[in-house]
Design a protein around this ligand. Structure first.
Ligand code: TRP
Length: 332
């Protein structure tokens, strides 16, 4: 009897030891493999391209998801409370590096940790968003890529394509810090070229269709900064503006593709590649966020939607066409 009991106790003990041995092993494996936590603000073609670039940028630097690194991806669906819970989840999942795609996502991450390194994925102006002390010396746990777009070049192109235009309406959302900054830049650039400027600020995506109807009857051109709320509703904007044949100058390639007329823009995929590489350098210990300057792009490509130009009755001068990257097939 006694020895049977002893045997049972021993068996339990041995089983316990085996189980704990394996669990410990697993933890060790997880420690070897770094985790990259990615928080994307919302889905729209530009941010989706940036995320695709991030994955490839990490890969080019030797970090392959599922092989020697794990990506945990979350999409906040433009919801502030989701963004903060997801930030916390990414931290709880023991991310070694966090990446925020678009300003509201980066701000949510920054509010959740001042220790873990955060890489900014295409943030218009990290300083005015309160994310870094300066672009040259970020100073804290945050560095990354800015997608500040070449606003002056965009307006130079706009007046070349639309020499008769006298007024421009700037469309953006009041909820986004990034857009306020760029809208102010746009106003300066447009005024310098002699255009009259009016801002149309929407509180949420619900007001976009009606606002674009009003704009289309009041201004000659619609300008859109890198605003996530508007980018997410680009189809609506194009549908409404098309009714009065009002041309749209957005600030990125993906929005031209969806029915904008033209822009000078930074390739969204390239923004992602650069973000992924910066995250890889932090993972491998090559760089420290506090002393790594924010990466900015000097110039952009000329992007034209020729089908949309035809639809609006606009002839694109040959010299511009020959330099441009052509995208899109029109908005219908
Ligand atoms: N710069 C934007 C931000 O800071 C994010 C962004 C990147 C974006 N590319 C875009 C927004 C294209 C609209 C369209 O939030």
């Amino acid at each position: 009897m006694k020895s049977k009991k002893l045997l049972a106790v021993l068996t339990v003990l041995v089983l316990f030891l085996i189980v704990s041995f394996f669990t410990e092993k697993n933890e060790e494996v997880k420690e070897d493999r770094p985790t990259v936590g990615v928080l994307q603000f919302v889905s729209h073609p530009a941010l989706d391209e940036i995320y695709r670039g991030i994955q490839d940028g990490l890969k080019e630097s030797g970090y392959k998801d599922g092989e020697n690194m794990t990506i945990v991806f979350q999409n906040g669906q433009a919801d502030q409370s989701k963004l903060s819970t997801m930030s916390q989840q990414l931290i709880d999942k023991q991310s070694d590096v966090l990446i925020g795609i678009a300003t509201p996502a980066a701000q949510a991450l920054a509010n959740s940790t001042s220790k873990l390194p955060i890489v900014l994925g295409a943030i218009t102006d990290p300083v005015s968003a309160g994310l870094v002390e300066s672009n040259e010396k970020p100073g804290r746990n945050i560095t990354g890529v800015s997608d500040k777009s070449p606003v002056e070049a965009q307006f130079d192109l706009a007046v070349k394509l639309l020499p008769k235009a006298a007024s421009v309406g700037i469309l953006y959302s009041s909820a986004e810090e990034n857009s306020k900054y760029q809208a102010a830049e746009a106003e300066k650039a447009a005024k310098a070229l002699g255009l009259t400027v009016k801002s149309y600020v929407v509180p949420s995506s619900n007001e976009i269709a009606q606002t674009v109807q009003v704009m289309s009857s009041e201004v000659d051109v619609i300008y859109i900064p890198t605003d996530n709320t508007i980018a997410n509703a680009m189809q609506t904007v194009v549908n409404e503006a098309d009714k009065t044949k009002t041309p749209i100058i957005p600030s990125v390639d993906t929005m031209v593709e969806e029915g904008g007329l033209a822009t000078v823009g930074i390739n969204q995929y390239e923004l992602g590649i650069q973000t992924g590489k910066m995250a890889a350098d932090i993972l491998s210990g090559k760089s420290d966020p506090a002393t790594t300057p924010i990466y900015t792009f000097e110039t952009g490509d000329i992007i034209i939607n020729e089908a949309q130009a035809k639809k609006l009755g606009i002839t694109v001068p040959e010299d511009i066409l020959s330099e441009a990257k052509l995208v899109g097939t029109g908005s219908d």
